[in-house]
Design a protein around this ligand. Structure first.
Ligand SMILES: [Zn+2]
Length: 322
């Protein structure tokens, strides 16, 4: 019988857990509520018991499990298995590996959630078979995942690929990290919402104003993009500004790393070809070497399952010799 892998995708609302085969196919999955604010031991208890339940559902036993992988919205120390920071969960120096091994006595690998999502795409998604890729999650913030030669790259100290906090403007919009003008203040869904809200007082005639009924709190990123698609001038201006910021971000990645492919994931990427076509059209203006080939820009394919698949495959990445 083949070995299987357990993948755990830790989010602020729920923890998704799956049993995955060596090709990245999910054989069984379930989820448990995170209930942020509880002691970490309670959260990891639920994680461990849910994983054992999913394993039983898959028809495999612990003896068949190669390893366990966990994707966290934060930064982990690969050597100790401790989660150093996980802002959404209020975790600091949480001994995740040691605590989880009380339930699952297997090797446990931990990495950043965007890194594992990008890794999943490189195994069985849009970047499958590529030499190198950079994955951008465009959600509440902006996460980054780098895969080089088939392996996730989180940096020597584990703090690399934090694309969202590359500074774009030293006097810019304050960021949750304490700095100003970070990339995610301009390229996230939060940024689209902010630009939409800012337009309301001066544009009561806009389609966006009508769509939200003049209520700034009702605006979401999809609403702004939908209004743009429908030709609302104010929303189109926001959309094109967003596309410019995205092109700056992508150009930064290309200048620095020159990956084979750059993948857009997360909620904003659901805009699909409306967003992708605009970015592809605008990007060449920003490139240093316009005449030479450059990274293909694509939309992520795996959606919400990427977190489970990529986390599960961490064991494969860390044990296979290059
Ligand atoms: Zn920041």
């Amino acid at each position: 019988m083949n070995m299987v892998y357990i993948g755990i995708d830790v989010g602020g609302t729920s923890i998704k857990i799956g049993v995955v085969d060596e090709k990245g196919c999910i054989l069984a999955q379930d989820a448990t509520d995170t209930k942020v604010g509880r002691p970490f031991a309670d959260i990891i208890h639920d994680m461990g018991t849910c994983a054992l339940k999913v394993l039983a559902q898959s028809g495999y036993t612990l003896a068949d499990v190669h390893s366990v992988g966990v994707g966290v919205p934060g930064i982990a120390n690969q050597d100790t298995g401790n989660v150093l920071f996980c802002t959404n969960l209020h975790w600091q120096n949480v001994p995740l590996r040691a605590a989880l091994q009380k339930y699952l006595a297997k090797p446990v690998w931990i990495d950043n959630d965007a890194t594992v999502a990008g890794y999943a795409e490189s195994i069985c998604g849009v970047s499958e078979g590529t030499h190198s890729s950079v994955f951008m999650t465009l959600g509440t913030g902006v996460g980054g995942g780098i895969v080089i030669n088939g392996k996730p790259w989180s940096g020597f100290h584990g703090v690399g690929s934090e694309i969202g906090h590359i500074p774009m403007d030293i006097d810019g919009v304050p960021c949750t990290c304490g700095n100003r003008g970070c990339l995610e203040r301009y390229c996230s869904a939060t940024a689209i919402i902010r630009m939409g809200r800012e337009s309301l007082p001066t544009h009561p005639e806009s389609g966006l104003y009508a769509a939200c009924g003049g209520d700034a709190s009702a605006i979401n990123a999809k609403m702004v993009f939908d209004c743009a698609k429908n030709g609302d001038a104010v929303s189109l201006e926001i959309f094109h500004r967003y596309v410019k910021y995205m092109c700056l971000a992508i150009d930064t990645i290309i200048c620095f790393l020159d990956p084979e492919i750059i993948i857009l994931g997360g909620g904003v990427s659901k805009a699909g070809s409306f967003l992708l076509d605009a970015i592809r059209a605008e990007l060449p203006r920003y490139l240093l070497l316009k005449e030479l080939p450059y990274a293909r820009i694509e939309i992520a394919r795996l959606g919400a399952d990427a977190g489970i698949i990529g986390a599960a495959m961490l064991g494969r990445a860390n044990t296979e010799e290059a």
